[in-house]
Design a binder for this molecule. Structure first.
Ligand SMILES: *Cc1c(COP(=O)(O)O)cnc(C)c1O
Length: 394
């Protein structure tokens, strides 16, 4: 049976070119990048080249603004804890974020609250959009920073980052964005958009797991994350993950080069699938913004069914998809994102997230639509809720 992988927002496979670029740094180019002999310098040069390449992709003013981390979660943790700590005795203790952030942001914000910081969690509208007016109204004299995601990992909605960053700056608030889902999927020019800090991760763009970055604009203070040696300009000690960093940069450069072409291709397949599902299956609706959304994101709620049963039926046909974020599936709590856009619990439970990748074809999504039609009909046959609904109709 062919596997049809439609969970690219959860993770992606490494591209062969990325693996190839990484391999020498495990073996013959294994030197410690801090060592001054040639073997060390070879590794150091590779890291500096990777830093330059990544800075180029986001148009950072300097490669020194790019800090490599162990992934998106670490970058998110560091951004919030590091900036709030650095300004706590100066500007204040207030942080603004949203109700639809990834748990790497939400749980960090909750931790900061336990430490005595104050956090405002902004609501979103039914599409998952943050209101710039509500954001501005939430800013206080002691607001240090705002963290608003670039694009949501569940429903794909893309936030008005440029406008939000401009509002933040008008009030001298530092602006961080979790761009893990958007990096190399959407065009990101940190200078043009006014982003002060930004998180990204390798494994969401065909790079390795366990490596990511935090962009920190020059002039923004951030406390050191790992104390030890002088790596990452003394801010994050530990001997660099040379192979991972090389792989991350390679993946970013490759993804950025094909970004526009892939965006157009995937958006067309996405729209075809959404059109088919919402017209061929009764009692379902699209979650997220109809147009301001990631090119690869399909998120649809089906009434009168449980997402888990649907995923099992898709899985039996080789289709890998999800019904919430990877971290929340497996638990019985409905997605905090779907609740934040106003779905009642029972509708949030019956949702499908299918996220396309660079290899996904129109045939793949057509097959998914066919399997889905049968799966939903079969599940409804067995659903008491569906039976009640049918009975009321008569
Ligand atoms: C995947 C993801 C993360 C976490 O990244 P890791 O590299 O897996 O730690 C953070 N934020 C968003 C929006 C994500 O999609």
């Amino acid at each position: 049976m062919k596997t049809i992988y439609l969970d690219n927002a959860a993770t992606t496979p490494c591209r062969p070119e990325v693996v190839e670029a990484m391999l020498p740094y495990f073996t013959e180019k294994f030197g410690n990048p801090s060592a001054i002999y040639n073997l060390g310098q070879v590794a150091q040069d590779a890291i500096q080249q990777a830093r330059k390449d990544v800075a180029g992709v986001i148009n950072a003013a300097s490669p020194n603004e790019v800090f490599f981390t162990s992934g998106g979660s670490e970058a998110d943790n560091w951004a919030l804890k590091g900036v709030m700590d650095a300004y706590k005795g100066k500007k204040g203790k207030h942080l603004i974020t949203t109700k639809i952030e990834h748990h790497a942001i939400l749980h960090t914000a909750q931790f900061l609250e336990q430490q005595g910081f104050e956090v405002t969690y902004l609501d979103v509208d039914k599409y998952g959009l943050v209101s710039p007016e509500a954001f501005e109204a939430a800013i206080r004299p002691d607001t240090v920073m705002a963290s608003i995601m670039f694009a949501n990992n569940e429903i794909g909605t893309i936030e008005p980052i440029k406008e939000l960053a401009a509002i933040a700056h008008a009030h001298k608030v530092i602006f961080h964005t979790d761009a893990v889902q958007a990096f190399c999927h959407e065009k990101i020019d940190v200078q043009e958009l006014g982003i002060d800090l930004m998180s990204a991760s390798g494994h969401k763009l065909y790079g390795p797991k366990g490596v990511g970055m935090l962009y920190v604009r020059r002039g923004v203070r951030i406390s050191n994350l790992i104390h030890g040696g002088g790596q990452e300009r003394g801010k994050r000690a530990t001997t660099e993950n040379t192979a991972g960093i090389v792989g991350f940069a390679k993946a970013a450069v490759l993804a950025e080069a094909e970004r526009e072409e892939q965006h157009e291709r995937q958006a067309a397949i996405r729209d075809h699938a959404i059109q088919r599902i919402t017209t061929e299956i009764p009692h379902c609706f699209l979650n997220g913004h109809p147009t301001q959304r990631l090119a690869n994101n399909i998120n649809i709620s089906f009434e009168f069914i449980e997402g888990e049963g649907m995923l099992l039926r898709l899985g039996a046909k080789g289709i890998c998809a999800s019904s919430g974020s990877a971290c929340t599936s497996g638990s019985l709590d409905p997605s905090h994102v779907l609740l934040a856009i106003g779905l009642p619990h029972e509708k949030a439970h019956g949702s499908l997230r299918a996220t396309l990748g660079r290899d996904t074809t129109l045939e793949d999504v057509d097959f998914m639509c066919d399997v889905l039609k049968d799966a939903i009909a079969g599940l409804r046959e067995m659903s008491p809720l569906w039976e009640d609904f049918q009975a009321q109709g008569k």
